[in-house]
Design a protein around this ligand. Structure first.
Ligand code: PEP
Length: 260
């Protein structure tokens, strides 16, 4: 089986106007150079900037991601954006089930699953976010939580569908808090996720990329990204500055390539 190509995705959340987004996207695009041979890189600006940024990225290996989508292709759903619309505007990825959507907008695993199906139908790659709260970790319920989120979101999925998605393990207690999981804690959770996928979907689990997310910064990225089951990162705060985002991408290269 081919080695998994790491994916680093910057989640800009509700930050950046169109002009600011173009500036940041251009800075990342211009500095990417040969880095994109070994690492796939994506940015997820807010909806309002997707079209302009897509045009700016034409011909570049830097990929575009959205931060959410709705599960219907079109219709009377005021305020929603469909996966087809995101594909049309130039997105490759869509982040789904982020803990902020679960926390502030009551998003449940079943909705994440519907959105992921819609994304796959539209030709997008869903990045499905899962992760435990601090209370769940302290109560020893981390794996139970990950299992129920995966089962809820991926109910009825075929191995082929699972082959088309990315999972992001994002412990809620590490998102935006500056408190990062240790490489060992993250690796254990990632190995659990891969094993769970293997149990339910078979060999395809070996090719599914599992990103880590939660306070990834230039100084902690390498330790996380060198773990065998960590295939990249979903980066929030540190993706809002080109230099710190690029340093994280550089940390993704094998140690023997770091000098280049
Ligand atoms: C995120 O938004 O998915 C995230 C991981 O944020 P941060 O890197 O800021 O913790």
């Amino acid at each position: 089986m081919a080695p998994r190509r790491p994916l680093i995705c910057g989640n800009w959340k509700m930050h950046r106007t169109v002009g600011q987004a173009l500036e940041l996207a251009t800075a990342v695009r211009n500095a990417l150079g040969g880095l994109s041979r070994e690492v796939e890189v994506a940015i997820a600006p807010p909806f309002t900037a997707l079209y302009a940024v897509a045009r700016r990225l034409q011909g570049s290996p830097l990929r575009l991601a959205a931060q959410d989508c709705f599960w219907e292709p079109e219709g009377a759903f005021t305020g929603e954006v469909s996966a087809e619309m995101l594909r049309d505007v130039g997105c490759t990825y869509v982040i789904l089930g982020h803990s902020e959507r679960r926390q502030h907008f009551g998003e449940l695993d079943a909705a994440v699953g519907l959105k992921a199906r819609a994304a796959l139908r539209a030709g997008l790659c869903p990045i499905i976010c899962i992760g435990e709260t601090l209370a769940e970790r302290d109560a020893g319920e981390t794996y139970g939580r990950l299992k129920s989120q995966l089962e809820g979101a991926l109910a009825g999925f075929s191995p082929d569908m699972v082959a088309g998605l990315v999972v992001a393990y994002e412990p809620v207690w590490a998102i935006g808090t500056g408190r990062v999981a240790t490489p060992q804690q993250a690796q254990e959770a990632h190995a659990f996720v891969r094993q769970h996928l293997h149990q339910h979907f078979g060999e395809v689990a070996q090719s599914v990329r599992i990103q880590y997310g939660g306070s990834v910064k230039p100084d902690n990225a390498a330790g996380l990204l060198r773990q065998p089951d960590i295939d990249g990162a979903l980066v929030g705060g540190a993706s809002l500055q080109a230099e710190s985002f690029l340093d994280i991408i550089r940390a993704c290269r094998p140690p023997d390539r770091e000098a280049t």
